[in-house]
Design a protein around this ligand. Structure first.
Ligand SMILES: NC(=O)c1ccc[n+]([C@@H]2O[C@H](COP(=O)([O-])OP(=O)(O)OC[C@H]3O[C@@H](n4cnc5c(N)ncnc54)[C@H](OP(=O)(O)O)[C@@H]3O)[C@@H](O)[C@H]2O)c1
Length: 296
């Protein structure tokens, strides 16, 4: 059994949107751990695999990300998003390596009157099962001192969807825009949809720092889903009109935050700045057209 050099970074959930981008950026330093190589809900497997590999850090991109189904299948969502993070934290303590836990803006939302970006120090208050499970995952990550919890939002990327994963919001909008003169989009939920390669670069920059604790990490600025779609159509040169609708007109089994914009000031204090959400869209469209592997 070989032991990897200590500069290697283990990426769990390596087949997901963020996991793939991180592995690509890390190149030979990456230890790709898709679900088939490591199921993070299995504590003995987690311990054995990490003790064997002894990476310098684990970036946990594995998660239950089906927000709607987290309502009806909460135990399974909790197992992946919370209990499994405890297994990772315990294993990271055993081998003395850093744990980077990726979390979400959905740990916020309960403050219905909120109109200013959330700081890392603001008390969380999730509105749905997914948010509750991810918040419990943050608590688990904090049980090991050498952790970085990275809260991000609305991830989308170009041409990264595997055969069973649904399209991200940007892909969905472009597909709808193909056949329709107008698309109805929720206009009263504000956040910062973030382009995965920008998020992945910033996570690796943060990993280089000695700072531990919780960090907000999204593209800069904020918008509604309607604002995002309108900008996407405009940048893509599409004539499709994004029609604003209230969330109450979009049937969903899940309550989502009306406002979950994250203040990335702590990251800025470390000299790490992400491009604007509009630049995220521009990079996404460039990758769609230039990469030749768009899924839509
Ligand atoms: N997507 C967003 O909009 C968003 C927003 C904010 C925060 N986040 C957070 O960002 C992180 C990455 O999200 P993403 O968009 O890259 O998610 P994603 O594309 O859904 O990828 C998640 C990956 O985790 C894997 N996984 C699920 N359960 C697992 C388990 N028990 N053991 C090992 N792997 C498992 C999945 O494998 P299978 O395909 O086999 O299930 C999938 O490859 C997550 O922590 C998520 O909560 C995402």
């Amino acid at each position: 059994m070989t032991t990897a050099p200590s500069s290697t970074i283990a990426v769990t959930g390596a087949a997901g949107q963020l996991g793939r981008a991180l592995c690509r950026l890390l190149g030979p330093r990456a230890i790709n751990l898709p679900r088939g190589a490591l199921d993070i809900t299995q504590p003995q497997q987690v311990q054995a695999v990490l003790e064997r590999l002894r990476p310098a850090a684990v970036i946990n991109c594995a998660a239950w990300t089906a927000v709607d189904r987290a309502e009806t299948e909460f135990p399974a969502a909790f197992a992946a998003n919370a209990s499994a993070v405890q297994h990772l934290a315990d294993a990271c303590r055993t081998i003395d390596c850093r744990l980077v836990q990726v979390s979400t803006d959905y740990v916020f939302g309960a403050d219905a009157s909120r109109t200013t970006p959330y700081a890392e120090t603001d008390p969380p208050g999730p509105l749905n099962g997914y948010g509750r499970s991810k918040l419990a995952g943050e608590v688990a990550a904090r049980s090991w001192a050498n952790h970085q919890i990275v809260r991000t939002c609305g991830l989308y990327t170009a041409g990264e969807q595997g055969p069973v994963r649904g399209r991200n919001f940007a892909d969905t909008m472009l597909v709808l825009a193909r056949d329709r003169p107008e698309v109805r989009v929720v206009a009263d939920q504000f956040c910062t949809p973030s382009y995965v390669p920008h998020v992945a670069e910033a996570i690796l920059a943060l990993l280089e720092s000695d700072a531990t604790g919780t960090f907000h990490l999204t593209n800069a600025g904020s918008t509604s889903w309607h604002g995002f779609a309108r900008e996407l159509f405009q940048q893509a040169g599409l004539p499709t009109v994004a029609v604003p609708i209230p969330a109450s007109e979009y049937p969903s089994p899940v309550v989502r935050p009306a406002y979950s914009v994250l203040d990335a000031g702590r990251l800025g204090g470390l000299g790490i700045f992400l491009p604007s959400w509009q630049q995220g869209i521009a990079a996404y469209l460039a990758a769609q057209t230039g990469g030749g592997q768009a899924s839509a």
